[in-house]
Design a protein around this ligand. Structure first.
Ligand code: GLA
Length: 392
């Protein structure tokens, strides 16, 4: 196969894995990454589908006289190739980070002018995934397309199946061109923050990404950034602040990311995470919706007061329905079925995996909580009904 045909088969479903940025920031090391890898395996998350273990910024040591990047020797004493081999032995894959500018966002050496040699280095190390940031690079769209195309061509030329993630934060509408430069995912927004709303908050990123559904599908995904599930205000990204989310909010992030067919990149420290986030990240019914082979992201189909209703078409003529409570109060509602459309379909609660005995179903949503159902037939927004139940 030529390089481009190898890469043409990548990411038929959204990539899943772990990324170092929020857990380690500048304190990234081989030891820390291997600890996370062991935790991914022992917690069952590898078997649930999380496979890419990604070094974000600050793995670099510098660029040698031969023009080749090398890792920080103190923190990566055995080099990146050995790390890749170790991860591969664990049944995992290695992701790495660079930037289209001369420096990365964290001030490390970037790939400007070195696209080909860097792609070649990453391929030689056995890297499986590359995130390319856009700090210190020209602001205009054409320049961005040109730089990302150069890296895409360089990755193709390696002949290795390296997933390519564009990270220019959405300002240059990458959903319109990133596939064309050989990328499998593109950030749609600025950086995620461990908070409900406001800049980078969970609902802010979901609201910005949901309208872009038509651009995503097998081999090319909208990326509203990492999962903050489990951070609990501990992000090492100073700008992220230390607000943190409730478990209901973390469940909402998983649910909405699944409805959007978004990449699922864990960013908490899995060694110290308690049971709740591991359970949320491992939700099999939610992951199955995210990874649905049809690869068609869902849309918000209605807004009823503080309630959002989303529908997503799934393979095998099935449908996912999400009910999101945007308010700070508990909300009760009734999920019903319009009898004019025949007998009610089979419905599963995607979080518990349990069948729903009958429709209409009374649903209680926590503040900022989301309920997610898998319906065993193709249903439209008109066929389902959602009625808030007024208290008192
Ligand atoms: C940018 C990216 C983040 C992270 C940092 C690293 O802000 O958007 O995801 O990679 O750079 O410096």
């Amino acid at each position: 196969m030529t390089g481009s045909s190898v890469r043409g088969t990548l990411a038929r479903t959204p990539p899943m894995g772990w990324m170092s940025w929020n857990a380690f920031g500048r304190d990234l090391s081989e030891a820390a990454v291997l600890d996370q890898a062991e935790a991914i395996v022992s917690s069952g998350l590898r078997d649930a589908g999380y496979e890419y273990v990604c070094l974000d910024d600050h793995w670099q040591g510098g660029r040698g006289p031969d023009g080749r990047l090398f890792p920080n020797a103190e923190r990566f004493p055995n080099g990146i190739q050995a790390l890749a081999e170790h991860l591969h032995q664990l049944g995992l894959k290695l992701g790495i980070y660079t930037c289209a500018g001369p420096l990365t966002c964290g001030g490390e050496p970037g790939s400007e002018g070195f696209h080909e040699i860097d792609a070649d280095t990453f391929a030689a190390w056995g890297v499986d995934y590359l995130k390319v940031d856009y700090c210190h690079a020209p602001p205009d769209r054409d320049a961005a397309i040109e730089r990302y195309a150069r890296m895409g061509a360089a990755l193709d030329a390696t002949g290795q199946p390296i997933v390519y993630a564009v990270c220019e934060w959405g300002g240059r509408r990458p959903w319109e061109w990133a596939r064309g430069v050989g990328a499998q995912l593109w950030r749609t927004t600025g950086d995620v923050r461990d908070q409900w709303d406001g800049p980078g908050g969970i609902v802010t990123l979901a609201d910005a990404t949901e309208p872009l559904a038509e651009f995503a599908g097998p081999g090319g995904w909208n990326d509203p950034d990492m999962l903050v599930v489990g951070l609990r205000g501990s992000s090492r990204d100073i700008a992220a602040g230390t607000i943190g989310c409730t478990d209901a909010e973390y469940r909402t992030q998983m649910s909405l990311w699944a409805m959007m067919a978004a990449p699922l990149m864990v960013s908490c420290d899995l060694r110290t995470a308690d049971e709740a986030p591991r359970g949320i990240l491992g939700g099999a019914g939610i992951i199955a919706i995210d990874q649905d082979p049809l690869g068609q992201p869902g849309r918000r189909t209605s807004r009823i007061g503080p309630l959002d209703v989303w529908h997503r078409r799934l393979a095998g003529a099935a449908t996912a329905v999400a009910l999101l409570n945007r308010s700070e109060k508990r909300v009760s509602l009734e999920l019903g079925w319009d009898a004019a459309h025949g007998a009610p379909p089979e419905v599963l609660n995607a979080w518990s995996g349990l069948p729903v005995e009958r429709l209409p179903l009374k649903v209680e949503l926590d503040p900022h909580g989301t309920a997610l159902y898998r319906i065993g037939s193709e249903v439209t927004a008109e066929e389902t009904s959602v009625k808030p139940i007024r208290a008192g």
